[in-house]
Design a protein. Structure first.
Length: 132
């Protein structure tokens, strides 16, 4: 399914996520050469709302904490793996839920930008089986 938009005076197709691909796994490149990437699954709006309600219920006493906890909760549902991540010493950072939560804690701004990209996964990513 395509929407169209104009770029440089030309009509261009715009890819959107449809039900047919909603359960597929996508690769979201983090580097220009594709050597680092997240492996992601899109989540539907109703699932996002369910996550938001759970976080708000758990941290209802403090809206600021609830807002901070929303990012890791959403990313935990989206990100199922990664490749090519390294720490500042050059050591490989293997994927785990715990490491994902650590990245959200210590590199919140970067992870928040990635969540925004993941929400546009059909345009920003590519199907995982097409990576090679």
């Amino acid at each position: 399914f395509y929407h169209h938009y104009y770029q440089g005076g030309h009509l261009m197709p715009l890819t959107v996520l449809t039900k047919k691909f909603a359960s597929r796994t996508f690769r979201l490149d983090l580097t220009a050469d594709g050597s680092a990437y997240f492996v992601c699954k899109p989540i539907v709006g109703s699932k996002q709302n369910e996550i938001a309600k759970k976080v708000m219920a758990e941290y209802a006493f403090d809206a600021q904490i609830a807002a901070f906890k929303m990012l890791p909760a959403l990313l935990e549902a989206h990100i199922v793996g990664w490749e090519g991540l390294q720490d500042v010493s050059g050591s490989t950072v293997p994927y785990s839920k715990e490491m994902l939560l650590e990245l959200c804690e210590h590199d919140y701004e970067f992870m928040e930008m990635q969540l925004n990209r993941i929400r546009r996964i059909a345009r920003e990513g590519r199907l995982e089986e097409e990576k090679n």
